[in-house]
Design a protein around this ligand. Structure first.
Ligand code: SAM
Length: 289
């Protein structure tokens, strides 16, 4: 396991994923009943963007300037994006960052923790020991939050179905291993078997149209559960950065989440574009019946 999210924190892919994650939580909180948030691949919780350019042995280009950096002073954003941005700003300022640029970026665990009500609960899984230690330290003050150093796919079966009977599951793997998609799909299938109404959000990289179509075809097998795919390309495949696009597939999206996702994608696509061929798309892979 070589992946360190530190180098990618706050990039365009994080922006899309986290905007949609915040919107999913907002949508689930329209009902009073609590839910469990399961982050199968939680990361270290907080990222110091000033350290993001220095690798173990090589200096890397930081990715956040083309992500959260592009949004920092943007105006006229839809509510889904402003809610996310307000949370990132609040977190950054709470860590003492006073410059005109973001410095401390909250990962998925901190974003959801900032929104969690007393009835909601977090279960965070992280397999890498150092990342998990960092996550434990960051989440220590958070109530109703459990950090597990464990394989998130295996924990999914342990956590579901939860007592609350409501769950939001974020599956955000690093795609370092060949069978990552197969494992993620199998985990989601098992999750749906255990909690048919659970909301599952799977992040995936877009590295070629054919591959993307394969992903969408595999997602069709989740029918009858509705599946929405939200995709963002910052450039044509092969033309821009190494990762030129990504998507979030949401199984059982809450009511009207598709509208918010469309609004967000329409604004994020031009803001985050890095070259020709950029664009966003929101598609019902399995429409609601
Ligand atoms: C993309 S990062 C997570 C980012 C985080 N979800 C966020 O949005 O802030 C993926 C993380 O998964 C961890 N990881 C890799 N395989 C795992 C597994 N099978 N179970 C749990 N964590 C794993 C990696 O160490 C890495 O920290």
């Amino acid at each position: 396991m070589n992946y360190r999210h530190q180098f990618h924190a706050g990039n365009f892919a994080d922006v899309l994923k986290h905007v949609l994650l915040v919107e999913l939580v907002r949508a689930l909180q329209r009902k009073e009943k609590g839910f469990v948030f399961l982050d199968t691949h939680a990361g270290r919780g907080r990222y110091d963007l000033a350290a993001a350019s220095a690798g173990d042995s090589l200096v890397r280009q930081p990715e956040w300037p083309e992500g959260i950096g592009r949004l920092w002073n943007a105006t006229g954003l839809p509510e889904a994006v402003t809610s996310y941005l307000a949370m990132v700003r609040a977190h950054d300022q709470s860590r003492g960052s006073l410059s005109g640029a973001p410095r401390f970026y909250p990962g998925s665990p901190l974003l959801v923790a900032a929104m969690a009500r007393p009835v909601d609960r977090l279960v965070l899984c992280e397999l890498n020991a150092a990342e998990c230690d960092a996550l434990r330290a960051v989440m220590a003050p958070t109530r109703r939050c459990e950090v597990r150093r464990a394989d998130g796919y295996e924990e999914l079966a342990a956590v579901l179905p939860p007592l609350e009977r409501r769950a939001l599951v974020l599956i955000d793997p690093p795609y370092e291993v060949q069978d990552e998609f197969a494992r993620a799909f199998a985990a989601m299938k098992e999750g749906l078997r255990r909690l048919a109404g659970g909301v599952f959000a799977l992040w995936y990289p877009l590295t070629g149209r054919a591959r993307a179509d394969d992903i969408l075809a595999a997602l069709r097998e989740f029918a009858p559960a509705p599946v929405l795919a939200v995709e963002l390309n910052v450039a044509a495949v092969g033309a821009g950065p190494r990762l030129s696009g990504c998507g979030l597939a949401v199984v059982n999206p809450p009511w009207r989440f598709d509208d918010a996702a469309r609004e967000a994608a329409a604004v994020l696509a031009p803001l985050l574009a890095q070259g020709p061929g950029s664009g966003g798309r929101v598609e019902w892979v399995v429409p609601p019946s």
